[in-house]
Design a protein. Structure first.
Length: 403
């Protein structure tokens, strides 16, 4: 059966070429589309991790839901000992403390409400590879009274590096406290909304401003992002008895989950459309080929072959075409993905952001398998109707086609 089917494929060169072209186009298109979407997910996730959230954060239980209303009740009082404990978990690269607060930033002429973070400057600089310093420089551990401000906030208050500002905030006891700070740099992150309100100061300065020695969060960075869930499970089991909770970067970034669901649905619709186009294109070619060979199939049946044999032969031919087309499509798709990734695709900033990025094609094994299966099934499905019709054509009518 397979030997006869392969001979028929080689004999019908024009029809074979048309079917293979449609299959290769469909498989390559599906692989590139899926790889592009996968790259969006990876780059978006890494941008969020390396601009704001880290791979995960550890809080006092209840802080994530209620801490913004009463942050003083959810402080981690001995952060250094806890940092050492977390740093010992396999896969953890670094642990840093943050103290979150809100207040007013004044340039002497006007003021604006801000959300602030007291940070360990040197460690934050290593984490924030997706944060761009657009003016000035990165804050270091030596900047005891330095401040980094978001680009939108700097534009609103007309601030530049070297300017002096006053930060007003309430202590945990409810009293007002101020700090005189010098702008060392202006940063731009993934989110315009964040940049319009965010400031970062040294952790000791934030603790002095709020009148506490504790911190709100410990930010954990990992050596490999795929280890996130494993490390989070280990920390949850280890720290749960100490009244602490662990939140991964996915839980901290609701925007990412919504984006993934949106693009996944769009990709699903695209896959259905491409599959339908490939099936319809191949169906037209297969239908022409099969009915042009109606006399040939009539001769086979006159020599003793049953209609089921003809049916299986047509499906076998298209199965072989599906295997060859899918393999060629996968190979060409992988080659194009490598070439496109090496060159890069300049992309405009996504919504609510100013930072452009370079897109690539990250094809996963699941994407390759999906495209291969679709390429394999398309010609078989396209051949079902014409194969069934030809196999049931009366013998006399089929033989008449030879005349």
């Amino acid at each position: 059966m397979y030997k006869l089917a392969s001979r028929n494929i080689r004999r019908q060169r024009s029809h074979t070429a048309m079917v293979l072209a449609a299959l290769i186009f469909g498989v390559v298109g599906l692989m590139l589309a899926a790889g592009w979407v996968s790259d969006i997910f990876v780059q978006l996730g890494e941008a969020l991790i390396h601009s704001q959230s880290g791979h995960m954060q550890v809080y006092r239980s209840g802080y994530y839901e209620r801490g913004s209303r009463s942050p003083g009740k959810y402080l981690i009082d001995e952060p250094d000992a806890l940092k050492s404990r977390i740093a010992g978990v396999a896969g953890v690269q670094d642990v840093m403390a943050r103290l979150n607060f809100s207040g007013l930033l004044s340039n002497g002429r006007s003021d604006m409400p801000v959300i602030g973070e007291g940070v360990e400057a040197d460690k934050e600089a290593e984490l924030g590879t997706s944060v761009s310093i657009v003016e000035g420089r990165q804050m270091t551990g030596k900047d005891a009274f330095g401040i980094l401000i978001g680009r939108g906030l700097a534009q609103a208050l007309q601030l530049r590096p070297g300017d002096h500002v006053t930060l007003l905030a309430s202590t945990l006891d409810g009293a007002l406290n101020t700090a005189d700070l010098e702008v060392v740099g202006v940063f731009e992150s993934f989110s315009n909304e964040y940049d319009a309100r965010a400031v970062k100061i040294a952790l000791p300065a934030a603790q002095e401003l709020l009148g506490t020695r504790g911190v709100n969060a410990l930010v954990v960075t990992l050596r490999e992002t795929p280890d996130t869930q494993r490390v989070a499970s280990v920390l949850t089991h280890d720290l749960g008895s100490r009244d602490l909770e662990v939140k991964t970067w996915r839980q901290l970034n609701d925007f990412y989950e919504k984006t993934v669901r949106l693009y996944a649905r769009q990709l699903g619709v695209l896959q259905v459309i491409v599959f339908a186009m490939v099936v319809l294109t191949i169906a037209n070619t297969v239908n022409m080929s099969v009915f042009e060979r109606l006399g040939e199939f009539g001769t086979m049946r006159a020599l003793g072959n049953r209609g089921s044999h003809v049916f299986r032969l047509i499906l076998t031919e298209n199965l072989l075409l599906g295997v060859v087309g899918s393999v060629l499509g996968v190979l060409i798709g992988l080659l194009l993905a490598a070439v496109i990734s090496a060159i890069g695709i300049p992309m405009p900033p996504p919504p609510n952001a100013n930072l452009a990025y370079t897109a690539r094609i990250q094809v996963s094994p699941d994407d390759v398998l999906m495209a291969f299966v679709i390429g394999l099934l398309a010609p078989i499905l396209a051949a079902l109707f014409p194969a069934r019709r030809v196999s049931r054509t009366p013998l006399v009518e089929a033989l008449r086609s030879n005349i």
